[in-house]
Design a binder for this molecule. Structure first.
Ligand code: COA
Length: 167
């Protein structure tokens, strides 16, 4: 068992609300995944993914959370913590937002709230792994105070590992 507190699953920022997944998010999540440019996953795949995330969160106490804009009330993406390539003790921060919302500071704003939530669980360090090509994501992490640790090579290309201590 983890010795860390469960992460808060309701986070609020100036412009955004992060809250738990609902099955009603499936259509939007599917549309978001289709922006990856590798086709659109089936509705069944996306529904199962949401169910799996809720199950994983019940076990791990960490989560990716849908991001909603306060004013518009719309789903614009997700941000949160995952084990990913790292560990439950030092998880990864992750985010993905609809293209139409990029460049307005939303990812940075959501990720700041997730950093605070991670700190509140008692964790001392976070990681993020990002393709070397992904300038926007690297910039978000730089703004959040992450520092480059090392680079690994995968079939898909080079991956930068960045880390941030939580004082
Ligand atoms: C990464 C991502 C979440 C960023 O979301 P966002 O809301 O646009 O991020 P922000 O607006 O908070 O910050 C983006 C920063 O990158 C900068 N940026 C964007 N494109 C850039 C480019 N081509 N070259 C240099 N800087 C760039 C922006 O100017 C901004 O920095 P600034 O505040 O100094 O101007 C978004 O691009 C995304 O969803 N990408 C697809 C999924 C993904 O790659 N997720 C991360 C996997 S590790």
């Amino acid at each position: 068992m983890s010795t860390y507190e469960t992460m808060s699953f309701h986070l609020e920022t100036e412009r955004l609300v992060l809250r738990p997944w609902a099955q009603s998010d499936a259509a939007e999540l599917r549309a978001l995944h289709s922006e990856r440019g590798k086709g659109t996953p089936t509705a069944e795949y996306t529904r199962t993914l949401i169910a799996k995330q809720l199950t994983a969160t019940a076990t791990t106490g960490i989560a990716l959370l849908p991001i909603q804009r306060r004013d518009e009330g719309d789903f614009i993406g997700y941000c949160g913590l995952i084990i990913g390539r790292s560990t439950l003790e030092e998880p990864e921060i992750a985010y993905e937002l609809f293209q139409r919302t990029h460049g307005r500071g939303y990812a940075t704003e959501a990720a700041r709230a997730v950093l605070d939530a991670a700190m509140a669980t008692g964790r001392k360090r976070l990681w993020s792994t990002v393709g070397t090509w992904n300038t926007p994501s690297l910039r978000v992490l730089e703004k959040l105070g992450f520092e480059r640790d090392h680079v690994s090579t995968e079939d898909s290309g080079e991956v930068v590992w960045l880390t941030r201590s939580l004082p």
